[in-house]
Write a protein that binds this ligand. Structure first.
Ligand SMILES: Nc1ncnc2c1ncn2[C@@H]1O[C@H](COP(=O)(O)OP(=O)(O)OP(=O)(O)O)[C@@H](O)[C@H]1O
Ligand SMILES: [Zn+2]
Length: 611
């Protein structure tokens, strides 16, 4: 690919600066400073050829024995000096304050200023740019910013595969035009936050060797009417100027959300901006080599106008990484960090289900900070452990004594409930950690529950997942009584409801509703009859599963107590310890008495039946 030399404008300026600089240095080397006393001596000796006064703090003179050399001395600024010199027959010249030297200096400064200004303004445009009316257009040009390639993106193999032809098209658009192929003009990356959508777009630009322009949809919101549209046109204009390019629009949903029927009128500005975007996109010629990549967390809320052929017609999912992806991401970000031998990234990958790439990166970074704080040689498993909780729910509370003992117990039983039910009905799931360490974000405790990675889930597995979710609340109820159940189960209930809804409405697993997709039917449900049936069906399944779980827990109350007690004693238990509890071979960690004291400031009976 032929590249336009980017710094051609700088050559004359640099040449000028060099020439003037040389001249200046040459002149400087021919200048000598003398004291005012020496000067007067020379005057008295009749050695002075001429004097130049220019009103500055210095004056210049030449001596008779070396007329080419310039001498400088302090200017006493005495109005009588001129007369005194003239009387001695020494010619005095009065120059304007800018002598040759200062002209050169001035030009030099100007040249330098121009270079710096040019550089700085370029830098600003490429990094945060213009910021006119709040819009950031970021242009990351290949030679200025770090170039990304596919090797910087771990996992996401399917997505990489899917964009391979786009890269080829960006490199050789003519080839595709020759075959009459119409390449997608727009691609949408969709998936949860932090999964590397931006990274992937940058990598495409990097792999194809084209400049990358990025802008965020949310920047257009709250702009004056017409401003957004003109910004869009400017963005495309700069991309066209660059020849080939990748234009990245983050948070496209801020611009292209479906218009909700209920709200009368629209957002004029948003619509104008969106229209400008669509117009620009349909304005490309086929061989232009510009690709627009947009990112969103949710594809389903986008306006159909955006998704039509010729617009954003290729949709690529960038999902959360699976266990291999996670291991790969951890290894990628662990490369430049001194990890101790105790840190097993494969093991960590197994414990970080549902973590996004950004969370994993953050996890290693937090661990590195913790290690640095304690001046450790290497990052140890303990640092990783601390970072794990930080990333997952804010940070580990320092002062544990402030947490009421009763809260610790409720949390311990709640988490023990989840763990116990998992062990009883889903032995293939992994419970990597159960903990009651509270976090600043308010999550009471945490038990990681890993269902095996599978393409399909059976009805039994879906029910098991619901029962595991219900386990927390049921344990609270069983131990502390119906009136003392807490709000800690709200996430669990949400999770269980989502599963039961799919169970009934999507997968035809409820006998009463049968093999119907309720969402299809719902579209025509004006009286709300179906809704009623649906709710009653969901709640009857939920109730059945609730009683089943409760019964199971009552039968295994011994284990529930054992797990909760272990949690209260050591705050966190890992999978081996949990298995040991279930086998009856558990040996609690021997803590020193002081540690026990600080962990358990108030000694209470482990089970409080009367609350
Ligand atoms: N697959 C991955 N491989 C390597 N690093 C990753 C990956 N996914 C995410 N990361 C890390 O997470 C950071 C954030 O990712 P990025 O900004 O690309 O996510 P995103 O999907 O665009 O997020 P959002 O939806 O919040 O804009 C990256 O800079 C990188 O450090
Ligand atoms: Zn829970």
């Amino acid at each position: 690919m032929k590249k336009k030399p980017k710094y051609i404008w700088a050559i004359p300026i640099i040449a000028l600066v060099l020439i003037l600089g040389g001249l200046f240095i040459y002149k400087q080397s021919n200048i000598e400073k003398i004291s005012y006393g020496d000067f007067l001596e020379q005057v008295e000796a009749g050695n002075v050829e001429e004097v130049t006064l220019d009103g500055t703090a210095k004056m210049q003179l030449r001596l008779k024995d070396n007329e080419n050399k310039l001498y400088i001395t302090d200017n006493p600024r005495n109005p009588e000096l001129k007369e005194f010199l003239l009387k001695k027959d020494i010619p005095v010249e009065e120059a304007s304050s800018a002598g040759t030297g200062s002209i050169i200096q001035g030009i030099l400064m100007l040249g330098l200023f121009l270079v710096v200004f040019r550089y700085a303004s370029k830098k600003i445009t490429s990094q945060t740019s213009g910021n006119l009316m709040g819009l950031n257009v970021k242009e990351v040009e290949s030679h200025k910013a770090k170039r990304f390639s596919f090797s910087d993106v771990a996992g996401n193999e399917e997505a990489k595969e899917e964009v391979q032809d786009i890269i080829d098209f960006l490199q050789k658009p003519e080839k595709y035009v020759r075959y009459g192929a119409r390449m997608p003009r727009g691609i949408i990356f969709y998936g949860p936050p932090g999964t590397g959508k931006t990274l992937m777009a940058k990598a495409i630009a990097g792999e194809a060797g084209v400049p990358f322009f990025s802008v965020s949809g949310s920047d257009f919101v709250q702009m004056y009417v017409g401003v957004g549209a003109s910004r869009v046109r400017e963005l495309f204009e700069s991309a066209r100027k660059a020849g080939k390019a990748v234009i990245f629009i983050d948070e496209i949903d801020a611009l292209g959300k479906k218009r909700s029927a209920g709200i009368a009128g629209g957002n004029d500005e948003r619509d104008q901006t969106l229209n400008a975007l669509l117009t620009e996109m349909s304005g490309f010629k086929d061989n232009e080599g510009i690709i627009v990549i947009a990112a969103t967390n949710r594809l389903d809320i986008l306006d159909e106008a955006l998704l039509r052929p010729g617009r954003f017609d290729r949709h690529i999912e960038i999902g959360l990484p699976d266990v291999h992806g996670r291991a790969y991401i951890l290894k990628l970000h662990g490369k430049n960090k001194p990890l101790s031998d105790s840190v097993d990234l494969n093991k960590l990958a197994k414990q970080t289900v549902y973590f996004s790439g950004a969370m994993l990166e953050n996890l290693l970074n937090e661990a590195a900070i913790t290690a640095a704080k304690r001046n450790a040689k290497k990052i140890g498993w303990g640092d990783i452990d601390k970072a794990f909780y930080k990333v997952i729910a804010g940070s580990e509370k320092k002062d544990r004594s402030t947490i009421l003992q009763i809260e610790r117990e409720v949390t311990a039983y709640h988490e023990a409930g989840h763990a116990l039910i998992t062990k009883l009905i889903a032995p293939n799931n992994t419970v990597s950690k159960v903990t009651i360490i509270p976090s600043t974000k308010g999550a009471g405790g945490f038990s990681m529950n890993i269902p095996p990675d599978k393409m399909y889930h059976t009805k039994k597995e879906m029910e098991a997942q619901i029962m595991i979710s219900l386990g927390g609340r049921i344990a609270e109820e069983l131990i502390f009584g119906e009136n003392n159940i807490t709000t800690g189960a709200s996430n669990d209930i949400e999770k269980a409801t989502k599963i039961i809804k799919d169970y009934v409405t999507k997968y035809g697993m409820s006998k009463k509703i049968g093999l119907l997709n309720m969402e299809v039917l719902f579209n025509n449900d004006s009286q709300g009859h179906l809704e009623e049936i649906l709710i009653s069906e969901c709640s009857s399944h939920m109730e059945r599963l609730y009683y089943e779980t409760k019964e199971l827990m009552i039968e295994n109350k011994y284990f529930l107590n054992a797990i909760a007690e272990a949690l209260l004693a050591q705050e966190t238990i890992n999978e081996e310890e949990l298995n040991a509890i279930m086998d009856g071979t558990f040996q609690p960690k021997q803590d020193t008495p002081e540690q026990l004291e600080s962990n358990n400031p108030i000694k209470l009976k482990p089970v409080i039946e009367t609350l």
